[in-house]
Write a protein that binds this ligand. Structure first.
Ligand code: 1CP
Length: 333
């Protein structure tokens, strides 16, 4: 069994496997080298050779326990024929969402449009370097995808004032997202993804009263679907108001925590395996501080099934040597 499966399935507390969110990305010079000549991000995500290579780059450098597929949560709206662009120094910019066009998308066209993603999963997961390691497939949670599809850009500043106004559009879009996420998950699993992570990056935008409709119900539906495929699922409802209630209702195989929650409270109230937590900004400080902060998480979760990771993605300005040092700290703990 892989170290990550030992934690997720056997609830082993003697090992701390590690992988890092955004481990394949801009902090690596070898990624920037490829990105420099491939300015269209979607095209890069559909380039089987390059995206497989990028997915494996961090494993060539560091003793990590998993590869995550180099792709993006916004490949889903792309597959649904919504225009998706990534603009330099701005982030994602999506085209207008037309319900009548969304309702016309069928499974065959969707899978054909994203076929390269599934070929990448296959190519990555069959690489020798992943022997006894996991290949992590992923999706954006329905709520987070709804946010991008309706807001048409990052909600970092704000959600559109009338975001919730068109309830018909919201409800129909949510159900279409759920339907195609299942297809997207199944294709990743069929091609070798051995864990699925659900990123709900904007869970923190919702008030508690809105969590059942936008987060609990659709995420539970997907978690149960992933479990039916016999693959473990990790949820990351970033900055959600209530991690404990989320776990009680959605029951994923593990919960990834963000860096604003107190890990001691999580340990006290959450029984399922935990992943992550360390503030990515700690990697921008010095080795001594990194050791102190990483050890804090390892100490707190020493008798709890725990996969080491960060509380959000690794920052582009991170020195790869600090990542290497972090992996060593965790492996030598
Ligand atoms: O070179 C570049 O500028 C591209 C930056 C980049 C990268 C490396 C984007 C644009 N996406 C990715 C890859 C990516 N995205 C991966 C695979 C690589 C890995 O993890 O190693 C994954 C899992 C994602 C997931 C993703 N994309 C999330 C969820 C996690 C999170 O960060 O909260 C989200 C919200 C996105 C949308 C997105 N894609 C890219 C950016 C800059 C963003 C965020 C925009 C925003 O702030 O709203």
């Amino acid at each position: 069994m892989t170290p990550i499966n030992k934690v997720l399935l056997s609830k082993n507390t003697n090992i701390n496997p590690i992988w890092i969110m955004r481990q394949a990305g801009r902090y690596l010079p070898e990624f920037r080298e490829i990105r420099k000549n491939n300015t269209n991000f979607i095209k890069l995500c559909l380039n089987v050779n390059l995206s497989s290579q990028i997915s494996l780059q961090p494993l060539k450098r560091f003793n990590l326990d998993a590869a995550i597929i180099f792709s993006d949560i916004l490949m889903l709206p792309y597959g649904l024929n919504q225009k998706v662009d990534f603009k330099k120094n701005f982030g994602p910019k999506l085209g207008e969402l037309y319900l009548n066009q969304l309702e016309k998308v069928n499974e065959i066209d969707f899978v054909e449009k994203l076929q390269s993603v599934y070929s990448i999963v296959k190519k990555v997961s069959s690489n020798q370097i992943l022997k006894n390691k996991n290949t992590i497939g992923f999706i954006g949670a329905p709520w987070t995808l709804l946010v991008y599809m309706i807001n048409q850009q990052s909600p970092k500043q704000d959600l559109k004032k009338d975001f919730f106004k068109d309830t018909l559009l919201i409800n129909k879009t949510l159900s279409i997202i759920e339907k195609f996420l299942k297809i997207h998950i199944k294709k990743q699993v069929d091609n070798g993804a051995s864990v699925i992570q659900i990123f709900d990056s904007w869970a923190g935008l919702l008030k508690e009263k809105d969590l059942p409709k936008y987060i609990y119900a659709p995420t539970l539906n997907l978690v149960n679907y992933i479990k039916s495929l016999n693959v473990p699922v990790i949820c990351f409802p970033r900055e959600i108001k209530n991690y404990i209630e989320f776990c009680d209702i959605v029951k994923p195989d593990a919960i990834n925590i963000d860096y604003n929650v107190n890990p001691k409270d999580i340990l006290k109230d959450i029984k399922i395996p935990v992943q992550g937590g360390l503030d990515p900004k700690i990697l921008l400080t010095d080795k001594e501080n990194l050791k102190k902060e990483a050890t804090k998480y390892l100490d707190i979760f020493k008798d709890h099934p725990y996969i080491f990771n960060l509380g959000h993605g690794v920052l582009p300005e991170t020195d790869p040597e600090m990542v290497d040092y972090l992996v060593q700290i965790v492996k030598n703990y």
